[in-house]
Design a protein around this ligand. Sequence first.
Ligand SMILES: Nc1ncnc2c1ncn2[C@@H]1O[C@H](COP(=O)(O)OP(=O)(O)O)[C@@H](O)[C@H]1O
Ligand SMILES: [Mg+2]
Length: 251
Amino acid sequence: MKIAISGKGGVGKTTFAALLIRTLDQAGKHVLAIDADPDANLASAVGVSGAGDIVPIAEMEDLIYERTEARPGTIGGYFKLNPKVDDLPDTLSVKLNNIKLMRLGGVKKGGAGCICPESTLLKALVTHIVLARDEVVIMDMEAGIEHLGRGTAKAVNRLLVVVEPGRRSIDTAEHIRKLASEIGLSNIHLIGNKIRNKDDEAFLKDHLSGFEFLGFLPFDDALIEADLKGISPFDTESAAKKIVESIALHL
Ligand SMILES: Nc1ncnc2c1ncn2[C@@H]1O[C@H](COP(=O)(O)OP(=O)(O)O)[C@@H](O)[C@H]1O
Ligand SMILES: [Mg+2]
């Protein structure tokens, strides 16, 4: 099972991803968790110790050089287009229970789509993970699907887009659907988050009538508190946990 999570910044992608990862882990699954959002810290939300010290793959200059034969930041020069990556999920991941977590980091020059050694390594890694790993893969992404492409779209079982009651998150969901359809990824479902009442739920259903929702998570101060304290949302008391459990059963 390969699941990608996207949505506007701040809607709760990382919170939801962390709850899902820990829920699946507790259910006995082996999970490979991919932090593909340079602005996020999935490791800390999952509850991995030393989360702040994890060096993202995109910043591992020696590794990038060793695998691509070019230095990060060089553009247009010669480098390998198919670097070896199959050992990386085991050697470079941090562990918690049966969870392996990798932090991809961001490509500084030219963006993730640039033809440079670091983005080539990341792309090769994501392709390998999606096509060849047999764990449950959960990818916490940005407000787009940068790391996915035509070659991997078919292998992604679901794209889950997190939305909150608000216009911009709705626009972002529509935009993501467009990007996804361009690469042939059509299995998209929504998760409503930060729901305060029935009106919030109705607002989202009304404005996103072309989508199917897998669940609605309540707005919960306990999740904010957990974030402030640097503990996993899974390690706090929240009604959201039960809902994520039922979502996990239907994936
Ligand atoms: N259901 C919720 N209720 C209240 N706060 C939430 C909820 N989900 C997420 N948050 C808070 O919203 C903020 C952004 O969440 P985060 O998961 O980091 O979003 P994203 O990964 O989409 O940028 C965090 O402070 C988080 O604690
Ligand atoms: Mg995030």
